[in-house]
Design a protein. Sequence first.
Length: 475
Amino acid sequence: MNRQIGRLFGFFVLLFAVLIAATSWSSVLGARGLQDNPHNRRPLLQAERIPRGLILARDGTKLAINHRVGGGETLRYFRSYPTGSLFSHAVGYSFVSRGDAGLEKSFNRELTGQENEFKSLVDQLGGGTKEGDDLHTTLDPNAQRTAISALGGQRGSIVALDPSSGAIRVMYSYPNYDPNQIPNHYQQLNSDPSSPLFNRATQARYPPGSSFKVVTAAAALDSHRYTPDSLISGQNNKIISGVPLQNDGGANFGTISLTDGLTHSVNTVFGEVGEKLGKDTMYKYMSRFGFGSRLGLDLPSGEITPSGVFKGQRLLGSGDAVDIGRVAIGQERLQVTPLQMALVAAAVGNGGTLMEPRLVDRVVASDGTVRETFNPKVRSQVMSGGSASALAQMMSKVVQEGTGTASALSGIQVAGKTGTAEVAGGTSNQAWFIAFAPVDHPRVAIAATVERTSGQGGTVAAPIAKQVMETLLHG
């Protein structure tokens, strides 16, 4: 009898163990499915009871923190943003009542501790509290403030990054917003015609104008069809794709080198180059630079727009009918994001190697344990080192004696390219400047653009980029 009781007791012990194991399995390994189920309201109800991880700038400045309210069963944590609108589009926001955006959204699992379910379960069984991990970003508050000041309330965007690592230092889009206002003023912000919630750095598509000639020059050099000294006609009203193409102001340059064509931004030179290279070659190099993709940036995919040639909302490929000669000079329905053009400059500056852009450097637990480090990652080899070096020298001449002189830095060689695209039926311009510096060992690559200005890239955008580069290079 005792033996039967013992066996029965053993059976129940085994059954209990199986139930515990099954529960743990569901909690640990099935958590992602449960949390991501849109019909499961539990995550929303629990969200305010979890202290989210902090989001910090490169220098340790706190960009997102928590405010604790109540205690016991009424304990809640509410998000707060100490720097207000400084990094609103990159950091984003997180509120149960309004959803989330930016890094708050793309790293929600890390910030709420869901990426380490087993540790969370053990902590809670031991009487501890589930808490999120911290995000240490690559963002530079001082340089961001310089960008804000330099843009000066004009609509536009500035993106700056380290060419060798892809680490983004500046991501500014204006108009912007204060994420602390999201809970009470979301509808007002969302309906604002100036679109302050819209991240122009990664979502806005603008015509690049002549800044795109850097892509054409890269294709020309790396395909070995041209050299910096190749002579090309800069004649005004040259026939490109059966239609006369004009130079800025109707200028006639005669026969000039590819280098001088870039220095003086001669449309007919690059229109001819693009036409002779053809669609396949141009699209191949565009793809290497990242056109047509979301670039691998660690923001939510819905907040990143591909760059390329568009027909309405449709991205056109090399098989579609396009005027490649005019694409080569930044026209013909070509639309780009500021991030994409910053990466164009970065790839040239990094010896032809395009690094994947990133906003987060590492994820760190509250006890200081580094959960994950995001090391630099090569996205593509756009061109050879020799081609990149030759193009860098061509771009440096643009700054020394061409259209980009307003970006010149004392004692530091800058390589850049201006761009001015007519918009609004020719009544105003989209002004651009892309650059990297120092030329011999670049530490910063940048794209600055201003919407609907009466000025040009060399007079409007280049001085803006100069100020941001100065801050990043001199501290």
